[in-house]
Each structure stands twice: as C-alpha cells, then as structure tokens.
Design a protein around this ligand. Structure first.
Ligand code: SF4
Length: 406
C-alpha cells in the first residue's frame, strides 16, 4: 500500500476554512509577504492574505500560464517573478482557482498591504501595483540584504522599521497597538515554527516519514496561519503521526538508495510528477532550502520587535554566499545527504543558489555530487520534463554507483 500522511485530511479542512473565511467582507484584511511581519498585523486583528500563496496556487493548479501573458501586456517581463506575473495576470483576467474551490472571485480586498524586502525587491513592485490599483496604503520593511551574520545595529534598524508600522496599522485597523497581543501572537508563531522544524527534521531518520514534496503541501499553515492556535495544533498532530511512523519504521520509501537535498523553489506544476520520479528511483528527497524558510528560531516574545527583526532578517534567502554555504554544509551532515539538486528557477534569481558557483564549492568542500536543473516556480515554458528526467535519472545512477564502490 502506498504511503500516505493521514493528517493531510485536516490540512484540507484547515486550508479550506482559511480561504472560506475570506468571504467575510466585514473583516479587515492585510496583505503580507510570506516572510513578512504577519504577527504584528495579526495583533491588530487583521486577517492576513499572502499573495505568494496565491501565486503558488496558480502554479500548482497550472493556471499560471493563462495569466502571465496578461501581465506582460502591462510591461511586466516574462523574466521576472512568475508569482508576481501570474498573480497580477489573474487579477486582470478576473479568474482564480479560488473560484472553483472556494467560491471566491479573488483574494480579499485589503485595507493595507505590507511587504518585507528580506527576500527580494520584486515583492515591493508587486505590492505597489496593487496599492495603486486598489487605492490602499502600502508600507514595508527594507532590511539589509545578503547578510553574513545579523549585527546588533542591523537588528536595531529593522526593529525600528517594525515599530514605524504601528501608527499606520492603528489608523487602518482602528485599534490601539497592544504589546501583549503582539507577544501572544509571536509566542504562538514560535511554537508553530518549532513544531514545523521538528516535522521537517523527522526526515533525518531512515526511513524518512516525510519528503520534500510532502512538506511543500504541509507547509500551508506555517505560511498562512502562523501566529494562530490552528497552526500550532496542526503541527502537533502532524508531528505525532510522523513520530509514530518513525517508531513503526514506516517511511515514504521502503528502501532508500540515496538521500537528496533540494535547493531552491519547487516547480509547483510538477510536484506530483517529480515526487513519483524520485520514488521510482528509490531516492529520498529529504531536505530543502524552501521548506526551511519558515523555521524562525529567533522568535522570542520577551523581545518581540528585536526577535522579529532578527528572525526575518536572518532567513536563508537573505544571507551571504558564505553564510549559505555554512548552513548547507550543516544540513548535508544532519540529513546524511548523498547529493544536491539545485533548481535554477528562471524567474527567481533570488532563490536560485546555483548562479555564483555554489554547486561547485559544495562538491569541492563536502565531496558530494550536485546537479542543476532549469525550470521555474510557475512558468512551465521554462521547464523541459524530458531533459530534466534524463538528467535526474543519470545523476541518481551516478550517486548509486559511487555509493556501491565506497
Ligand atoms: S523570492 Fe522569488 S519567487 Fe519569491 S516573491 Fe521574490 S522573486 Fe518571487
């Protein structure tokens, strides 16, 4: 019988409720970047919508291709973030898979739009478009980029930027800032993110109870519901199931021939095909840069502003090459990785880590083989299935033969 994570049933329910809740036009909504100040916004009582989540949905439902050309008509290049081009295109075309699944004509109308350029500048341009189009305020945090280690001065700077959001949030929400509510939300977020980390870290065990491909599905609540009890409860449940599977020695592969690390963005429209390809080759894709992006070790409700500043500034995507290399080396060791696959996503240079010699340095320093495949998060015109399948299968054979010889 094929391996299934049973908790997925609740995931469907939780995500369904999250989207159905957006039908309530009485509520005030904030739009926020996926690694933006969601906790601060929630503390003001805003419901939070994440445009990147909608972008991923457009990718996963393979509807992005219908919408990207609409943005191109406005001058948005095919080479920039396909979350952005798909999301704006969906708005222009007045179509979304949210309609079919949840009866929503589109994402909820925001009262405020908030970005954090910790991941890229694209989010700012994207949100500015909607701010102008929908006539709502757009505010943001601009932390230092590509940091080695985050310094005290940088934390102070970013914490001050968090605090500067308060007056506009008070004005738009009509509520006074309540530090206890902020602390409480951050605490819930920290508890959920700790559980999410534990979930991902169960894959260190052989047989691994969760793959990278499973994790891209189960990460929904940590992205859109962190800071709520719902997310915490969900990951408690998921972790229980995975730990139980570990005890019973049940994993998604009966025999793991090798363990792979996936670097960069998922190819949303090809998740199932990709997952099947690795499973057929008994290759366990057990860790990734992408799913780890919602592990925020630094959150600490005793210092809500400073710890938020630190957690959101030290995310992997915002680190220097040297810092990234160190993090990857640790993960390779922790997850006993035999090979790394770098996804060179055509429209996201920010999250394609192959472009400055990283694969070569990893092989040289850690002695593990790497492979780069070309593709994209949403725009499948940049992905060749035949070519990638051949490359991946050859790569896995090579790993296997090296393992057999050692
Ligand atoms: S990090 Fe990449 S995929 Fe994410 S919003 Fe920025 S450009 Fe788009």
């Amino acid at each position: 019988m094929s391996y299934k994570i049973q908790t997925a049933r609740f995931l469907k329910e939780i995500m369904g409720n999250y989207f159905l809740g957006m039908k309530d036009t009485e509520k005030k909504y904030a739009w926020c970047t996926s690694v933006g100040p969601a906790e601060l916004l929630r503390s003001f009582g805003f419901e939070v919508h994440f445009p990147e989540n909608h972008g991923a949905l457009l990718g996963a439902s393979r509807t992005a291709g219908d919408f990207i050309p609409e943005s191109a008509k406005l001058g948005y290049s095919n080479d920039i973030c396909s979350y952005l081009t798909a999301d704006i295109g969906s708005y222009l075309k007045k179509q979304t898979p949210l309609q079919e699944h949840y009866g929503l004509n589109g994402p909820p109308k925001p009262s405020i739009i908030v970005y954090n350029t910790n991941q890229c500048r694209e989010v700012q341009d994207w949100f500015m478009y909607f701010g102008k189009e929908l006539g709502v305020p757009v505010v943001g945090i601009n932390p230092p980029r590509h940091v080695d280690e985050v310094t005290k001065e940088e934390i102070a700077d970013v914490a001050a930027q968090f605090k500067a959001l308060i007056p506009i949030c008070e004005q738009v929400s009509g509520k006074k800032f309540d530090i206890d509510r902020f602390r409480e939300t951050l605490k819930l977020s920290k508890e959920a993110t700790d559980l999410w980390k534990e979930v991902l870290w169960t894959a260190r065990i052989t047989p691994a109870p969760i793959s990278f491909f499973d994790a891209t599905i189960h990460m929904g609540p940590i992205v859109v519901l962190r800071g709520t009890q719902i997310a915490k409860d969900y990951y408690t449940r998921l972790l229980d199931e995975l730990e139980d599977n570990i005890t019973r020695k049940i994993g998604f592969l009966e025999e793991e021939k090798c363990r792979i690390y996936w670097d960069g963005m998922p190819i949303w429209g090809k998740l199932r095909t990709m997952s099947d390809l690795f499973i057929q080759n008994n290759a366990a894709v057990v860790a990734s840069t992408y799913c780890n992006s919602w592990v925020f070790d630094a959150f600490d409700e005793r210092h809500p502003f400073e710890s938020s500043a630190q957690a959101y500034t030290e995310i992997f995507i915002n680190r220097s090459e040297t810092a990234k290399e160190k993090i990857l080396a640790q993960l390779v060791e922790d997850f006993r990785i035999d090979g790394m696959i770098f996804h060179d996503a055509k429209t996201c240079a920010n999250n394609s880590n192959n472009r400055f010699g990283m694969p070569q340095r990893i092989t040289e320093k850690l002695g593990i083989p790497t492979l780069t495949i070309e593709g994209d998060l949403c725009d499948l015109r940049f992905y060749s299935e035949g070519q990638s399948t051949t490359k991946i299968e050859t790569f896995l054979e090579q790993i296997e033969s090296v393992k057999m010889m050692s």
